[in-house]
Ligand binder design. Sequence first.
Ligand SMILES: Nc1ncnc2c1ncn2[C@@H]1O[C@H](COP(=O)(O)OP(=O)(O)OP(=O)(O)O)[C@@H](O)[C@H]1O
Length: 246
Amino acid sequence: MRTTEVSDVSIVENAATTLVEASGLTMSYGSTTALDALDLRLTPGQIVGLLGENGCGKTTLLKILAGVLSGYSGSVRIDGHAPGPESKAIVSFLPDTSFLPDSARVSYCLELYADFFSDFRTEKARDLIGFFGLSESARLKEMSKGMREKVQIALAMSRDAKVFLLDEPISGVDPAARQLILDGILRNLSEDSLLLISTHLVHDLEPILDAAVMMRHGRVLLQGDADDLRGQHSASLDQIFKETYR
Ligand SMILES: Nc1ncnc2c1ncn2[C@@H]1O[C@H](COP(=O)(O)OP(=O)(O)OP(=O)(O)O)[C@@H](O)[C@H]1O
């Protein structure tokens, strides 16, 4: 009887702590297999680095989790929901491309987000825009690539989302600005959110990562708590990454 109770409790806890789950997730573009029966389970309250070489499927995975790419097989659940309107309501996605109108001013982008997302917090976004040293009256087309990335990050990180999916958020900025961007990303992050960040810049991201998922050929090659991985390999995540993808 006792065993049954314990096992029931553990099943309930297990279900409650899984925020993102993919099982047998497969996605092909024509004859190219981008995700190959990928299994992944992520819990809330952590910052996870999604690491891997070019073309291993990181962007494809993030897009499916974000609910902007269909045509996959296998199972995906975000807080229990298949990708769709209910999951999108709790997922904030930062794609690796520009998605804002060129001629718009920053202030207009804030209004756009406020109209579109009920969980968007304009005050948080204003705070972040200022933190990044940007002006709300500036037009995007007058900004550098790095400045535009900061605007997009400010918008994406100002939703009260449960899951944040950031695709290469620091790739377009110089090394000096990367720390500022990371500080901005962490500035308003709530403790029980899940932040999944894809990157090649493991060295820059390592200090903020709680866990890492390393992908190869559309599958998870290595996954674990950052401290556990460092302990098991007697190396930094950056060194493990370089060794793995040498
Ligand atoms: N729209 C598409 N049409 C055809 N093939 C695609 C498309 N998008 C991605 N692919 C292919 O799917 C595979 C996975 O691509 P994906 O962009 O998910 O990888 P990635 O790990 O994000 O790469 P990178 O680090 O270079 O951004 C690659 O072989 C890529 O060429």
